[in-house]
Design a protein around this ligand. Structure first.
Ligand code: AMP
Length: 508
């Protein structure tokens, strides 16, 4: 079926031709007619299915029929990269329409975005946080929006954006058309669709837990030791060299993304890290060079890599077994696309057995295992505590978030009193040298009245426990006999003379 048969505006059909789309993908063929008919939509579709054009084409078609100048369509995505990608596809598809697109994402200056909003754009592509920032500053009107797309809804859930999404849904007129795209449909997303969509059509292009049959999967059994895992990864990459065009390596934690990338670079591999803590311009540059084929290996976290359209990846290496089984499907879905053969390896330690079982249950496959022999087990210089191993992505909520490095940042600017500074000289030196350029004692001479001392070094005598004999509750509990008060402890009125009535009055 050609795009023309979907009832799209000729300018859009022309754009699809120019972009090399010969015919609609299944999600496009199924979803576009419903969206053109004004229906709400729940689409279960993964990246790589052509879902972006599936919502962009009918939206652009509708916007072309309306007066220009106000933001009438809003696409909300979880990551900046995904927003950028949608913006790129949109620029291509909207090329002949005269419609303008505004990209509203964090990590870049507000000024140019405000300018674009003032000038007027018909379609907004945004991440939730920055969108709400503009709204709260009064730079953005959402009352004119009548088409809302929530893209990668399940990833929004993973990233803790659902309250923001709910807020955005409430800010946009009730009469809007809403399109919900998600690779999976966990109960929380189901609940959202029930709350915010009206009589939606459901479209599903592939079952959420299936991996392409062209992917050759392998589990490589390794010891539970990071050093050994890195060595195993290097060996796997070297062995794969003849068929390895480019590779994505997934780690569960941002910290490990950096460590693995650094280690591979040290061993001469063409590699770069990608995770949410890196500067936005660096992330964009890294992705561009990976897409251009200049960078061969990208080490990424799930969140950073989710939704990115990287057309041909020959190999996926799971440095860690993912915490969630459905992440495995997303990760290996980066290879074996469009009928090409892909290779997916996963390093698994004996501790990962449960997670591996969950993956096999979800994908309904038994993944072949191989054991990597003769791996040296060494401890890293800073061994990881066992408690760290169980950490998930929601580390921010943990009670132990005040780690020592943060603590140092807090105490550095405080000036210790001379006497105390002397007493704790080595520890003060450690913090002052790194963070405070002036010697702590010299500064305290200028302001002698401010006798702060680093919290950590404050010498407090151990607190005396309150004598339980003094506690009223203790008295009550143990039925203590009250002590008779002295005369001077009693109120004065008790000792004032009381005038008695005269005898005659009393008798009369
Ligand atoms: P998406 O699932 O939106 O991330 O799209 C994945 C890739 O498929 C992108 O590189 C699109 O340019 C491409 N694509 C989308 N629609 C079509 C189509 N009808 N024919 C060929 N390629 C397409």
């Amino acid at each position: 079926m050609p795009f023309k048969a979907l009832g799209l505006h000729p300018h859009l059909v022309q754009a699809t031709r120019e972009m090399g789309y010969t015919e609609p993908t299944p999600i496009q063929a199924e979803a576009i007619p419903h969206v053109l008919a004004g229906r709400d939509l729940i689409a279960t579709a993964q990246t790589g299915t052509g879902k972006t054009a599936a919502f962009l084409l009918p939206i652009l078609h509708q916007l072309m029929q309306k007066p220009h100048g106000t933001s009438q369509a809003l696409i909300v995505t979880p990551t900046r990269e995904l927003a950028q990608q949608i913006d790129d596809v949109c620029s291509g598809l909207a090329y002949h329409t005269g419609l303008r697109v505004g990209l509203i994402v964090g990590g870049t200056a507000m000024g140019p975005q405000e300018k674009a909003l003032r000038a007027g754009v018909e379609l907004l592509v945004a991440t939730p946080g920055r969108l709400l920032d503009h709204f709260e500053r009064g730079k953005l009107m959402l009352s004119q929006v009548n088409i809302l797309v929530i893209d990668e809804a399940d990833r929004m859930l993973d990233m803790g954006f659902i309250p923001d999404v709910e807020r955005i849904c409430k800010l946009i007129p009730f009469t809007r058309q809403t399109l919900f795209y998600s690779a999976t449909m966990p109960p929380e997303i189901q609940r959202l669709t029930e709350q915010f969509l009206h009589n939606p059509v459901r479209v599903e292009v592939s079952r959420p837990a299936t991996a392409a049959t062209t992917i050759e999967q392998n589990i490589v059994k390794v010891p539970a030791n990071d050093w050994a895992k890195r060595e195993a990864l290097r060996r796997l990459i070297r062995e794969a060299e003849p068929t390895l065009n480019n590779a994505l390596i997934f780690c569960n934690r941002k910290r490990d993304v950096d460590v693995v990338a650094k280690s591979l670079a040290k061993h001469g591999f063409n590699v770069a890290p990608l995770h949410g803590d890196l500067d936005q311009s660096l992330r964009t540059k890294t992705l561009d060079s990976f897409r251009a084929g200049e960078l061969k290996i990208l080490v990424a976290s799930d969140v950073a890599a989710r939704g990115l359209d990287i057309p041909v990846v020959s190999h996926v290496f799971n440095f860690d077994v993912p915490f969630h089984a459905d992440d495995y499907v997303h990760r290996i879905g980066r290879t074996g696309r469009a009928g090409r053969v892909g290779y997916a390896y996963m390093l698994a330690t004996p501790r990962d057995e449960k997670q591996v079982d969950a993956i096999e249950r979800l994908t309904k496959t038994t993944i072949p295992r191989q054991t990597m022999e003769n791996l040296e087990v060494r401890e890293d210089r800073k061994p990881r505590r066992d408690a760290d191993r169980s950490r998930g992505r929601n580390d921010r909520n943990r009670k132990d978030k005040f780690r020592p490095d943060k603590f140092h940042d807090h105490v550095a600017p405080m000036e210790p009193a001379p006497a105390i500074a002397e007493a704790v000289a080595p520890a003060v030196h450690e913090t002052a040298v790194v963070h405070a350029p002036e010697p702590a004692v010299a500064r305290s001479e200028h302001r002698p009245e401010k006798k702060h001392e680093p919290r950590r070094e404050q010498h407090r005598p151990p607190q005396k426990k309150r004598d339980p004999e003094h506690r009223a509750s203790h008295d009550r509990k143990h039925d203590a006999t009250p002590v008779k008060p002295e005369k001077h402890q009693l109120p004065a009125f008790l000792f004032r003379p009381v005038p008695l009535p005269k005898k005659a009055d009393a008798e009369g």
